[in-house]
Design a protein around this ligand. Structure first.
Ligand code: ACO
Length: 427
C-alpha cells in the first residue's frame, strides 16, 4: 500500500491515499472525504487543489520550469515550430517528417471559414473590442460546423480540434480587419500557419504581402510560448464547460471569455498600458512605491504569477525574441528601456523578492507585439489564438478519460438559514 495521509475530524481518524505523478508534488486523494466525514475542503482559487490528472504540461514554479510532454519550453521555442508543438501537445510525441507534413496539410486545408460567417461579423458594432468578436464568433462556430459536434465520436473530436486550430488565425485576423474597416482576406495555402495569419492581418487585397521571415519566426515563437500552461483559469474553464458534454466550439468560447480578464490574458495589454503611463525611467520609483502600497490597488502588470515563484521561462525567451524583432525591423522602443529598468529596480526591491514576484510572459510581449504592428486590443486575441491548441488538447484529454465526471464544486454556505416568506405589505 502506498503513502496515506491521516486526517482527524469529528473525533474520528481517516486515511486518504497519496497519489504520485511522474514528477511534481504528490496529491492527497480526498474523493471519499465527503462520504466518510460529511465535510468538504475549502480552497477558493484552487491554490492547493489538483482538479484533474493530465499528461500534457508540467510546471515547476519554484524552479521556473515549463515542459510540454516533457520537452522544455526553451528547446521548443528555439528548435520547434508552432505546428510541431501543436502536434506534440495533441498527440503526445514529436511527429516524424511525414506526420508533420500531413498535420500541416490538414490544418492548412481547414483555414477557410464558412462564407456566411463574414455576414455574422457585420452584426458587431464597428468599434467592438476584437475579444468581444472572438467570444461571439468562436461560440457561433457550433452553428456552422454541427457536423463535428458529437463529442462521443473520436473522429468528430479530431475534426473539430483541427477546425478550431486552423480557423483561429482566420477568425482573429478578421476581427482585426473589421475593427480597422479593411476588407477580409482569404487564407493563402502557400504560406505557413503563422505567415498566413500575418498576411490575413496586415495584408490588403490591393497589394502583394511580403512575409518578413524574422517576424514570422518571432510570431511563431510567441505562439509556441502561449500554446499551453496546464490548469490555468481559461483551461480550467474549458474543462469545466466541457465536463457537461458541451460541444468544443462552445467550450473554447468559454475559455476565450475567461482569458480576456486583466489578471490572465489581458495582462499584456495592461502591462503595455502601464509602461506607457510610466513613460520614462525616472518615474519608475513612484510606480514601484504604488505597487507596494496596500491602500493603493495598483499592481505591477506583467509581474507575479500564481505558479511561478521564479523567473517565468517564457519571459526569458520573450526578451531575446524582442531584441531579434527590433534588429530585423530596425526599430527600437524607449519603453523597452523603461521595462528593463523597471525589472531591475523591482528585482532588487525586498518587497518583490520576499513575495517572489518576477516578470511573467506578459511583461515583454506587449512591446514585441506593438513593434510587429498589433494594436493593444489584439494582444489577448493572439494569446487566444495560440492557446487554442492547449485548450483543445486538454479538452480531448478530459473527454477521452473514461472516469471523467461533470465538474461540480461545493461551497461553504454563509447565507441566511431557512426562513418564511413575508408578503410585501407586511415587510
Ligand atoms: N504587483 C504588486 N504586488 C503584487 C503583484 C504585482 N503584480 N502580484 C502579487 N502581488 C502581491 C499581492 O499584493 C500579495 O501581497 P500580500 O501577500 O501582502 O497580500 C502577494 O503578492 C500575493 O499576491 P496574490 O494576488 O495573492 O497572488 P495570486 O497568486 O493570487 O495572483 C496574479 C497571481 C493574479 C498573476 C498576480 O500576481 C497579479 O495580479 N499580477 C499582475 C497581473 C499579471 O501580470 N497577470 C498575468 C499572469 S500570467 C498569465 O496569465 C499569462
Amino acid at each position: 500500500m502506498g503513502d496515506q495521509a491521516k486526517l482527524s475530524a469529528g473525533g474520528a481518524d481517516f486515511e486518504y491515499p497519496v497519489l504520485k505523478g511522474s514528477v511534481g508534488p504528490d496529491v492527497i486523494d480526498i474523493r471519499k472525504l465527503y462520504g466518510q466525514t460529511g465535510k468538504f475542503t475549502f480552497d477558493p482559487g484552487f491554490t492547493s487543489t489538483a482538479s484533474c490528472e493530465s499528461a500534457l504540461t508540467y510546471i515547476d514554479g519554484d524552479e521556473g520550469v515549463l515542459l510540454h510532454r516533457g520537452y522544455p519550453i526553451g528547446q521548443l521555442a528555439e528548435h520547434s515550430s508552432f505546428m510541431e508543438t501543436s502536434y506534440l501537445l495533441l498527440n503526445g510525441e514529436l511527429p516524424s517528417k511525414d506526420e508533420l507534413a500531413t498535420f500541416e496539410n490538414t490544418i492548412t486545408r481547414h483555414t477557410m471559414l464558412h462564407e456566411q460567417l463574414a455576414t455574422f461579423y457585420r452584426g458587431f458594432r464597428r468599434d467592438a473590442h476584437p475579444m468581444a468578436i472572438m467570444c461571439g464568433v468562436v461560440g457561433a462556430l457550433s452553428a456552422f460546423y454541427h457536423d463535428s459536434t458529437d463529442i462521443a465520436d473520436p473522429e468528430h473530436r479530431k475534426i473539430s480540434s483541427h477546425r478550431l486550430i486552423a480557423k483561429m488565425p482566420t477568425i482573429a485576423a478578421m476581427a482585426y480587419k473589421y475593427s480597422v474597416g479593411q476588407p477580409f482576406l482569404y487564407p493563402d495555402n502557400k504560406l505557413s500557419y503563422t505567415g498566413n495569419f500575418l498576411r490575413m492581418t496586415f495584408g490588403v487585397p490591393a497589394e502583394e504581402y511580403e512575409v518578413i521571415p524574422a517576424v514570422e519566426k518571432a510570431m511563431d515563437r510567441i505562439f509556441i510560448l502561449h500554446a499551453d500552461h496546464e490548469q490555468n483559469a481559461s483551461t480550467s474553464t474549458v474543462r469545466l464547460a466541457g465536463s457537461s458534454g458541451a460541444n468544443p466550439f462552445a467550450c473554447i468560447a468559454a475559455g476565450i471569455a475567461c482569458l480576456w480578464g486583466p489578471a490572465h490574458g489581458g495582462a499584456n495589454e495592461a502591462a503595455l498600458n502601464m509602461l506607457k503611463e510610466i513613460g520614462t525611467p525616472d518615474r519608475i520609483q513612484h510606480y514601484i512605491d504604488r505597487a507596494k502600497d496596500k491602500s493603493d490597488p495598483f499592481r505591477l502588470m506583467g509581474f507575479g504569477h500564481r505558479v511561478y515563484k521564479n523567473y517565468d521561462p517564457r519571459a526569458t525567451v520573450m526578451q531575446s525574441t524582442l531584441r531579434e524583432v527590433f534588429e530585423a525591423l530596425n526599430v527600437t522602443d524607449p519603453l523597452f528601456e523603461t521595462a528593463l529598468r523597471l525589472e531591475e529596480i523591482a528585482l532588487s526591491d525586498p518587497y518583490f523578492a520576499e513575495k517572489k514576484l518576477f516578470p511573467n510572459v506578459d511583461f515583454y510581449s506587449g512591446i514585441i507585439l506593438s513593434a510587429i504592428g498589433f494594436p493593444t486590443t489584439m494582444f489577448t486575441v493572439l494569446f487566444a489564438l495560440a492557446r487554442t491548441v492547449g485548450w483543445v488538447a486538454q479538452w480531448n484529454e478530459m473527454i477521452s478519460d473514461p472516469g471523467q465526471k461533470i465538474g461540480r464544486p461545493r461551497q461553504l454556505y454563509t447565507g441566511p438559514t431557512q426562513r418564511d416568506y413575508v408578503p410585501v405589505d407586511k415587510r
